[in-house]
Write a protein that binds this ligand. Structure first.
Ligand SMILES: Cc1cc2nc3c(=O)[nH]c(=O)nc-3n(C[C@H](O)[C@H](O)[C@H](O)COP(=O)(O)OP(=O)(O)OC[C@H]3O[C@@H](n4cnc5c(N)ncnc54)[C@H](O)[C@@H]3O)c2cc1C
Length: 470
């Protein structure tokens, strides 16, 4: 009988959560294996979610910039038919980025001497993992600790037939091989809003059906209002507080009947009704590891499950369901195993990046939260249309809001909407996360920024805020 392989840490899943965990433990000189059920590493993040959707978005934007810049008009006018780039053409470009990303991340494992084992993992007991390799083959391996980062998948509401070729979720939309003119998107969370922007940018008629009263309610109200305004201004039809009753599909179209009695007609339907954790058949029942109705595993602030040597990170534990957060959670969980006093503060103040058009990013408290907590705050605001850089690029839609304490001038929240918002937020993040008096609005008025840049918005917003309290 061959001896079982044995590791200090076994990580299940090779998305950002698994990679963060594996790299951290490897840096601490621990023996680490990553088990991945797919033939290629990288997780949903690289293959079906972040990377393909951001590549799609970028390519669609390039096209719009090219078509709308007056300088290029004479070039474009004779080529307009060739410029009708198809969804499938753009996806081909995404495949190129995906393969580069897989190669890059594979090299991280090799360089850090992390063994990658392909197969489907499940727990036999708290220290034994069975890897099912298919064709009746399996291998049992031993581990002192196990970190699960098995991710999530699109939630499928009952009553919608996802086998129909006109009905998609955020995974299958990447296989779209017809060219729709009209698209219904059901669900106005991050994924629904991002795909609304992508399809609209590509010139499709989009109906966004939301079963809540506003888009992405976890964001600052003013930012959400601005997004709704701009989507509508671009021609997107948004319906709030609507629930589907029935979906009928024929050879020509999809008809979504809403409980309110309305009917929505389109060429395709994309359902974006949230996610569900991949927590089945992992052997969790044997160890009484708890999870909620959406399959998200319950963990403490160190990402430990109810079994102390088993951790869970990333999409498997739910909100914020972001690759950026998954990576840091994995990194922190591995650190906590070997350095139990490690500070997890950085995880609580992670920014949110949402790649709608215009894009959104935020960190810290919203106005609603500060009001509810009765914290005396003030707002400093900069409108992008007044910035030289915005005028040069022609992308004038947007704003930066700095929320700060009226008395101490401590920065409490940064909310940004518009071109490069997901980059711009990091400047504010750096100051906001400083300890003590270094976190102060005056930083932005007493520091020289390059000119012309979008970063100038911080100086403008800080001056605006200071005017309101002096
Ligand atoms: C359309 C879309 C766009 C997104 N855009 C962004 C974005 O712009 N920015 C951002 O930060 N986030 C974005 N996200 C979210 C991001 O993709 C996820 O938060 C991230 O992938 C979660 O990482 P993870 O490591 O937890 O899981 P995943 O990336 O899902 O990886 C899980 C891995 O575990 C493997 N696995 C599962 N079960 C087993 C098993 N039993 N044995 C072995 N292997 C197993 C899977 O094969 C997979 O490789 C987006 C998501 C979607 C759907």
């Amino acid at each position: 009988m061959p001896q079982r392989k044995s590791f200090d840490l076994v990580v299940v899943g090779s998305g950002p959560g698994g990679e963060g965990a594996a790299m951290q433990a490897a840096k601490l000189k621990k023996s680490v294996a990553v088990i991945e059920q797919s033939p290629l590493i990288g997780g949903n993040c690289i293959h079906r979610a972040t990377i393909p959707s951001k590549t799609l978005r970028h390519t669609a934007h390039q096209l719009v910039v090219f078509k709308s810049d007056p300088l290029f008009m004479p070039l474009v006018s004779g080529l307009s038919t060739q410029l009708q780039i198809r969804f499938s053409d753009i996806l081909a470009r995404a495949k190129d980025v995906i393969s580069k990303q897989v190669a890059l991340h594979s090299s991280h494992y090799a360089r850090n001497k992390v063994e990658v084992i392909h197969g489907r993992a499940s727990l036999i007991d708290a220290n034994t993992i069975r890897v099912d390799k298919g064709f009746g083959l399996s291998e049992d391996i031993q581990a002192n600790y196990v970190i699960f980062a098995t991710g999530s998948r699109p939630f499928h509401p009952e009553g919608i037939d996802f086998t129909n070729p006109r009905v998609f979720d955020s995974d299958t939309i990447l296989d779209l091989n017809i060219e729709p003119r009209t698209v219904t998107i059901y669900g106005a969370g991050v994924v629904g809003c991002e795909y609304t922007s992508i399809f609209r940018t590509l010139g499709k008629k989009v109906m966004l059906i939301n079963n809540r009263s506003k888009l992405m309610s976890f964001l600052d109200d003013e930012i959400v209002d601005a997004l709704s305004y701009h989507l509508r201004d671009e021609g997107v039809v948004i319906r709030h507080n609507e629930f589907f009753d029935d979906v009928e599909v024929d050879d020509e179209r999809v008809v979504m009947s809403l409980k309110s009695g309305k009917k929505v007609y389109s060429d395709i339907l994309l359902v974006a009704s949230g996610r569900i954790g991949n927590s089945e058949n992992l052997g969790f029942e044997k160890l009484n590891i708890e999870k909620n109705q959406r399959g998200y595993v319950t963990v403490n602030k160190y990402f430990q499950t109810s079994a102390p040597n088993i951790y869970a990170v990333g999409d498997l534990v739910g909100f914020p369901n972001l690759a950026s957060a998954a990576y840091d959670q994995g990194r922190f969980a591995a650190l906590h195993i070997y350095q139990p006093d490690a500070d997890n503060g950085v995880l609580q103040d992670a920014p949110l990046g949402i790649y709608t058009t215009p894009e959104i990013s935020s960190i810290g408290k919203t106005e609603q939260e500060l009001t509810a907590e009765r914290i005396p705050y003030e707002v400093g605001q900069a409108s992008f249309r007044h910035l030289a850089r915005s005028q040069i690029t022609g992308r004038k839609v947007g704003m930066l809001k700095i929320l700060f304490h009226r008395e101490t001038l401590q920065i409490l929240g940064i909310h940004c909407f518009g071109q490069n918002a997901t980059e711009i937020v990091h400047i504010g993040q750096t100051i906001m996360l400083q300890k003590g008096e270094a976190n102060n609005l005056h930083y932005f008025t007493s520091t020289t920024f390059n000119y012309p840049t979008m970063a100038e918005a911080y100086r403008v917003a800080a001056l605006n805020g200071l005017n309101r309290v002096s």
